[in-house]
Design a binder for this molecule. Structure first.
Ligand SMILES: O=C(O)CCC(=O)C(=O)O
Length: 283
């Protein structure tokens, strides 16, 4: 099984990101794309942002005032394709040298950028979304975010951007208060690069790495990224156990507390009127 070499591990810790090519094959990518198409249809049918416990579909209007799906969280409670990919042992084999094999998952998310859309994620550090702060210990060395390219990621369709080395520009204890948000001061940072990926490639980044992305300016190329975030189980009070000392754990029973603070009060799906992609703390 493909794992990370020492050089790749060093690259990740030094640069704050890494790309591994060809982790998933074309059939697996096609299956993810088809699953996403179904979720997109479902989102359009709903016509507005929708939540059931940890599962959220972000539905919005595009520039032509047409209903569009910008992303979703936790398809894996309901979708065996997305579920099997998130706990595929090839992902574990790549993450394990960085944070071990007893892991919780706190992010399971798809980002859509449809052709011509103005969807983007301004530069930020994911640490801003790790709330409450005290639920996440030793974040810098305990948490790895992964992103699987479902479509080709190119500059023109809004590939994710990272600022290599930016995770070293700050320290953990700078973030023990509210108010950490976007970091526009990195917009013109000469270190900033586009993460060019082919379908099936996987990107890795740390919670302190500055990243984000631009618009999809193409006429016909979707840009979907399947994001799964893993954390050393002992160092996090939130999330679903995904790997129990190397043994995969299915999503069964009551959903865990992750980001939905009122999860155990939900009796049926809700349409939170004030929940909007641009303001959601989600990544
Ligand atoms: O989808 C993208 O291009 C950006 C992803 C991102 O910023 C995030 O997951 O935090």
């Amino acid at each position: 099984m493909r794992t990370l070499s020492k050089d790749e591990q060093n690259f990740y810790w030094n640069q704050g990101y890494l790309i591994i090519k060809n982790v998933f094959n074309e059939h697996e990518v096609a299956a993810m794309a088809a699953a996403c198409d179904e979720w997109k249809k479902f989102g359009k049918l709903l016509g507005r942002t929708w939540r059931d416990r940890n599962t959220v579909i972000w539905v919005d209007k595009d520039e032509q005032n047409e209903t569009m799906v910008r992303g979703m969280q936790w398809p894996s409670y309901h979708d065996h394709v997305m579920d099997s990919i998130r706990r595929d042992e090839r992902l574990l084999a790549l993450v394990e040298p960085l944070i071990g094999n007893h892991l919780k998952q706190i992010i399971n998310q798809v980002h859509w950028k449809k052709p011509g859309s103005q969807t983007s994620w301004a530069l930020h550090r994911d640490v801003r979304s790790r709330r409450p702060f005290e639920a996440f210990r030793d974040l810098a060395t305990s948490y790895v975010q992964t992103g699987i390219a479902i479509d080709p990621h190119r500059v023109e369709n809004g590939a994710m951007q990272v600022v290599p080395g930016s995770h070293k520009d700050c320290s953990n204890n700078q973030f023990d208060h509210e108010g950490v948000s976007f970091v526009p001061e990195y917009d013109d940072d000469p270190r900033k690069i586009d993460l060019i990926m082919d379908p099936g490639d996987v990107a890795f980044w740390t919670p302190f790495t500055v990243h984000g992305g631009g618009f999809n300016t193409t006429a016909g190329m979707d840009r979907r990224l399947y994001i799964n975030g893993f954390v050393i189980a002992e160092n996090c009070d939130r999330g679903e156990l995904v790997w129990d000392h190397g043994h995969t754990v299915p999503l069964e029973g009551e959903q865990a507390l992750i980001q939905c603070e009122h999860i155990h009060e939900y009796e049926h799906p809700v349409y939170p009127a004030d929940y909007h992609m641009s303001t959601a703390v989600s990544d």
